[in-house]
Each structure stands twice: as C-alpha cells, then as structure tokens.
Design a binder for this molecule. Structure first.
Ligand SMILES: [Zn+2]
Ligand SMILES: [Zn+2]
Length: 268
C-alpha cells in the first residue's frame, strides 16, 4: 500500500533508511507499509514474462506449438511452464538467491511462481520441489526450489511433499552429450522413502492397482504429506534449461504413483 507523498518527510525522520531494491540497491521512490522486499520499477520492467507462443510441452517461447527439441525427443513430464525468460532481472535475482544467499528474493521470485501457477495450472496439485544433494544443502544452507515451493504453498494452500531425494550430483555441465547428461541425471535422484517410514508404504497400494487388484489406498483419505500416490504432481525448480532434471524427477514420481507430473519454474 502506497503512502501519500505528504507523509514521506515524517517517515524519513522516523526511519532514516529508505527501503531499497534488493537487485540494484536503489532506494524505492515511494514508501510502502510493511517491510516486504520488492523490486524497483526499473528492475520490474526488465522482466520478460513468458505468456504467448509457447511450446505446448516445454514452454519455450517463439518456436510455435512444438519446439524443435520437443519434436525430436519426448519429455517424461507432461508440460513445463515458467514465469519469465532467464535473462535480465530474473537471472540476476535467481543468481543472487543461489550464490549470494539473498533470501529477500524468495518472496519476490515466489510471487512470480504463484502468478505463473494461476496463469497456467490453478488445479489442486501436490507440490514437489527438486531436491538438493545433502552436501550441497549443507554448504548453501537452503534449497531454493524448496523455499519457492513453500512460498507457493503458503500463498495457495497446496501441500508440499518432499517426495524426492538427490543421491548424487550428476553432471548437468556442458561438455557432456545430451545422452550422457540424461543418463547421469537419471541416477542422481531417488524416491524419498523416509516419507513412508511411519505407517503404510503407499506404493504397495499403487502396484496392487496397476495389476488390477484393489489398491489398499483406494478411497482412503490420506493424511497430509503422506505421498504422491494417485496425485497430480507439480514439480518446482528455479530454472528449466534442457528439462533433463525435470525428466529424471518425473520418471521417479510416475514410478511411485503420480498420475501426472507438470513442471513450474520461475525462469526458462
Ligand atoms: Zn532495482
Ligand atoms: Zn518444447
């Protein structure tokens, strides 16, 4: 909520430091109530939202209904969508969050994710963040995908399910062929069995259903956080590049009973 300009000198006296834009560090031109971080007008203008002429599958912009990559190779996930192009302010913000640990960017990028969720999906879905390897998590102190997923959850009421774990770093580096990267990535993730350490292991019900039997989970209301059996899953990451990470995650989610896996990222 903007405060009238008349009040600015008064507030300047009470709070001598004006809130600044977390990206360019310029002071905001208008005072707002509350201390929610936000980008300045100039940094906001530098965001290219991805809204039209997107590839039906991977969300790439400007190549028609099915981009050249998706015509060549099928993805495991159903559809990937992103809020904006990975450039300008969004690229800077994601890098500042990941590499400088600037957590003020979580609500800003998280709100972008919420907007993209409403724009492209909007259904009831189980939110699963792309996991980080425990060693990397210890080094960084947080997993940006989980932070973004939790922000989305707070804003929408969707539940977060930590259904995946990262068991090796894999190699997303350039210099490897696409096939080498995909093979490495498919070994990098696993299902997070700790989810089922208490109570019934839900995917037993899934296998019973798959072979035509009556799954033990059918019709049973599962407590929050119990898993992804029969769920529409929304996989959350900060950036989608080749889609290899999302495919590797989607593969495991389908194997453990997800009925659909769609992807939402801040950028692509
Ligand atoms: Zn700025
Ligand atoms: Zn595509």
């Amino acid at each position: 909520m903007k405060l009238p300009a008349l009040l600015h000198p008064v507030i300047n006296t009470i709070f001598p430091t004006r809130p600044t834009c977390p990206l360019c560090h310029n002071p905001h031109s208008a005072w707002t109530i509350g201390s929610v971080p936000r980008l300045c007008a100039q940094c906001t203008r530098d965001v290219t939202q991805l809204t039209v002429s997107l590839c039906h599958v991977c969300g790439r912009s400007g190549q028609g209904a099915l981009c050249s990559d998706c015509q060549r190779v099928a993805h495991v996930f159903f559809q990937a969508r992103a809020y904006a192009a990975y450039e300008g302010s969004v690229e800077l913000a994601i890098k500042a969050l990941k590499y400088q640990g600037d957590r003020r960017l979580v609500p800003i990028l998280g709100d972008f994710l919420v907007e993209a969720f409403v724009r492209f999906y909007g259904d009831d879905m189980a939110v699963v963040p792309v996991p980080m390897h425990p060693i990397k998590l210890k080094r960084r102190g947080f997993n940006q995908s989980e932070e973004l997923a939790r922000h989305l959850s707070r804003r929408t009421g969707l539940r977060v399910v930590m259904a995946l774990k990262r068991v090796s770093e894999g190699s997303s580096q350039t210099g490897y062929s696409r096939d080498e990267r995909l093979a490495s990535l498919s070994d990098a993730f696993d299902f997070n069995d700790e989810l089922f350490s208490v109570g019934q292991r839900s995917h037993e019900g899934y296998h019973a259903r798959r072979i035509g039997g009556r799954g033990t989970d059918r019709g049973r209301k599962r407590p929050r956080g119990e898993g992804i059996l029969g769920e529409q899953v929304l996989l959350i990451d900060d950036v989608l590049t080749t889609g290899g990470t999302a495919d590797a995650c989607a593969q495991i989610l389908f194997e453990h009973g997800a009925v659909s896996v769609n992807v939402l990222t801040v950028a692509r």
